[in-house]
Design a binder for this molecule. Sequence first.
Ligand code: ADP
Ligand code: ASP
Ligand code: MG
Length: 454
Amino acid sequence: MKVLKFGGTSVGTVESLRHVKSIVESITEPTVVVVSALGGLTDNLIATAKLAAEGKAEYKKNMQAISDRHFHIIDELVIEERKHQVNQVITTLLSELSRLYDGVFLIADLPEKTLDLIVSYGERMSSIIVSGIIINATHHNSIDFIKTERWFSKNIADTSLTNNLIIEEFPKGFSSPAIMGGFIASDNVSGEITNLGRGGSDYSAALVAAALNADILEIWTDVDGFMTSDPRIIKDAIVIPAMTFIESMELCSFGAKVIYPPTIYPVFHKNIPIKILNTFNPTAPGTFISDTPSSSSSPVTGLSSIKNTSLFEISGPLTRNLPEINSRAFNALARKGISVYLVHQDDYKSAFSFALNRQDAEKALKLLQEEFAPELSNGNITEIKFSEGLATIAVVGENLHKIEGISTRILNALISGNMEVFASSNGTSKTTATFVVKEEDADKGLNIIHSIFF
Ligand code: ADP
Ligand code: ASP
Ligand code: MG
């Protein structure tokens, strides 16, 4: 069996949905199809909620446009015999959504739970509509079987409960194609509607593929495959025919938007390959992601970058004790759900640096000040500070560590391009080298490195 996921880019318009229909209807084996909300809708649902919360009556115009957009697609594409039923369900969902917006407008407040409820309408509606478009399709309500748990202030997948519920939802011989919404979920305790985070439909699809031991997870999007770098930044980026799970994980954790990072773990664990395919060019070979390293001899498979980097520096005599400073700093941050993506130690300075997301920086600073309070007062640590306005460039390839001096070569290329490199590091997996540069230099840096290797 296989699992297909179509992103917002593939379910945005009548035209793109015609492609989805023809791709799914040509499959002969049992299939689960995971769909995102109509392209751009999640952003629009959030923006409209904010308008309502700010007391701006334009939210009503947005609500009308959301409604028109859905009915237009139903009119054009839903199979005649199902039109009446799909119209009824969507009418009910839209009137609930509209009442929610009115409520937000009235109380002029937008609690997180209300926003989670509001954004869920995107996938709840798209999945109903897509199941009305495809011949013989059935609809499955993801909220019943994709479960989340609270982790610090976030919702994360409750993977073991979800795994069991998926197996119950799709028993052997389930009616195919089965359509479900990605992204949406419910809390494992309260049952309230939650989600897997922005871009999370990929993850929903991976959870289903893993639970059902699918032969393959196909991610259908709007580009011909996973490319050597973000095609919006690097005009001559090319499709990577094959890469390993680790390479894709590293590229996605460092900002490649093609796959939502947590997606890779469940399928990697079960050794289920992923294919990245183009809905608008379905015969293109795409990218095959598996545990087999590609036969390419290039040391670099791809590049990615994350803006919004903050670089922390801890200085003082204690930083010479690398194991202690490492484990105490990272444990203090990890206990509060903050992850670090680069570590750097200068031999000549008694300082220890690491990078994390800008939005976690203030909280991280407080946690580190608490953790190292004794050392800050006895002088074993002299300062903990962070700088912002930075970006991290990641250079990824399974062959990277086999080539002597490659990091130095990249570093020199960046410096010759008049760029300041604030920190660099070889990733823990040996597959990645990272470089911290000024945010405004990030695209230029990517271009410089891309032209060396591709
Ligand atoms: P979907 O709606 O299908 O989930 P996304 O917008 O989340 O699509 O992801 C696909 C987009 O990711 C592409 O349109 C492309 O602009 C962007 N992207 C960023 N980095 C890469 C990369 N290395 N390879 C391919 N696409 C990339
Ligand atoms: N619709 C959600 C989002 O835009 C989930 C997804 O598309 O994967 O983030
Ligand atoms: Mg996506």
